[in-house]
Design a protein around this ligand. Structure first.
Ligand code: ZN
Length: 176
């Protein structure tokens, strides 16, 4: 089934576009390797994605937007998500991705399950981090009349030009 992700951010094969890697690496210090290895797949891709999606409640229109399974990010393929919201969601999930990478996949999920018993969803420590980055990412998309989204969506700039410009913006943003 067709994915509804914006192609300026996520390529047809589910990998983050080069300009997205450039801006997320420079603005939020996510490792390039982790960004390059992420794969976004709609929950409808195949039965392997449908099973975790079924149990976690991911479906089109549900409030659960996406979840990280190792390097794969299963998302609900919503059609009504704005570009700003997509950018912020990618940043949110990438925050989980970098924790999976740092502490090992299995430990991340065990800790998450234990903490989800103790805390409300929004108070789970890894969610606090992810939501704070999501909020910063949203601010970044609105800064300077939406320059980040304008560059990502540009039909005239080359990929190299986009990457160079976004790296400059990201560095300024992370230093501010
Ligand atoms: Zn989360």
């Amino acid at each position: 089934m067709k994915s509804n992700v914006p192609l300026s951010m996520i390529s047809a094969d589910g990998a983050l576009s080069l300009p997205m890697v450039a801006i997320l690496n420079s603005a939020f210090d996510f490792s390039e390797v982790s960004l390059q290895h992420s794969r976004w797949v709609p929950y409808t891709t195949n039965w392997i994605t449908r099973i975790p999606a079924y149990f976690s409640g991911i479906k089109q229109g549900s409030s659960i937007a996406a979840m990280v399974m190792g390097r794969y990010i299963i998302h609900n393929n919503n059609t009504d998500r704005s570009l700003n919201a997509w950018f912020a969601l990618i940043c949110h999930e990438q925050s989980h991705r970098s924790e999976v990478g740092l502490h090992g996949g299995l430990w991340f999920y065990i800790k998450y399950l234990l903490q989800s018993v103790r805390y409300k969803y929004r108070d789970i420590p890894t969610e606090v981090t992810a939501y704070s980055l999501q909020e910063k990412a949203l601010q970044l998309t609105y800064a300077n009349n939406g320059e980040v989204l304008n560059i990502l969506e540009s039909k005239t700039l080359t990929v190299t030009e986009k990457c160079d410009m976004l790296r400059g913006i990201g560095k300024r943003f992370s230093g501010s």
